[in-house]
Design a protein around this ligand. Structure first.
Ligand SMILES: [Zn+2]
Length: 109
């Protein structure tokens, strides 16, 4: 089976397409290769948006809740109680590094 990729204008094996249940044929419009390069470009071009998004209070709160649940299997409420007990000394949570380049500079375009 073959499918036409809109992006690179070529006919490719359906193995080269990711699945997408929302599409009629169950496959994405563009091939894996195109999708990967798009994603890379997109992430690079929007790196500050990604960071901004991740740093929004509601997302941070959710990430924190998810992380507490995943790593320690406790809820935020339970964590806050523990935190109280330990008189504000946090024994569970480690500080989170800021998502910029490794040396702290902005990630170049
Ligand atoms: Zn393609």
């Amino acid at each position: 089976m073959y499918k036409f990729c809109k992006k690179c204008d070529s006919i490719r094996s359906i193995d080269d397409f990711n699945k997408d249940k929302s599409k009629i044929d169950g496959l994405r419009d563009i091939c894996k290769e195109c999708r990967n390069s798009l994603r890379r470009a997109n992430r690079k071009n929007n790196i500050h948006k990604f960071i901004e998004y991740e740093n929004r209070p509601e997302n941070r709160a959710k990430q924190r809740a998810d992380r507490l649940k995943r790593e320690y299997d406790i809820s935020v409420e339970e964590y806050d109680k523990l935190f109280e007990k330990q008189k504000g000394v946090c024994k569970v949570e480690r500080p989170r590094s800021v998502k910029t380049g490794r040396d702290g500079r902005r990630v170049p375009k």
